[in-house]
Design a protein around this ligand. Sequence first.
Ligand code: NI
Length: 165
Amino acid sequence: MAVRPVLKAPDPKLTQRAKKVTSFDASLQALIEDMVETMHHVNGVGLAAPQIGVPLRLCVIQLPDTEELLVLANPEIVKTKGEREVSEGCLSVPGYRGNIKRALEVTVKGRDRYGKAIRLKATELLAQALEHELDHLNGILYIDHLESPEHLYKIEAQKEPEELA
Ligand code: NI
């Protein structure tokens, strides 16, 4: 296992559409372990493979103060409900947060780390993290959703633990 460097905008690898995971083999498991270790190391809520330069449709999510680790390969949003304004940050856009709109509820389907089909419905921070990570797989950053540059603001480093993904 290894902590991998997290790419920062405007790295072009962050704006590419990632490819489907086709093989759930030992090398994929090793990649997932690296992603989890990297996410923990940088105190992230989630991490998508393109953020460490791997162009695969794969992400990991672990909400703060929970044990449950979600690994999703080839995730797709099946349905969204409602809209709310959220404050969002990204490990690939350090030093900033922004106010954007996200869904109240999302339903996602995909595969787990072994290729088994999974489907989940989420609200609140998990819904936000799912939309955020799925965006990464399509080369989209939260800053692409800003309705105005005024909705982006600088944060002081190390002020408080921030929820970044
Ligand atoms: Ni991010």
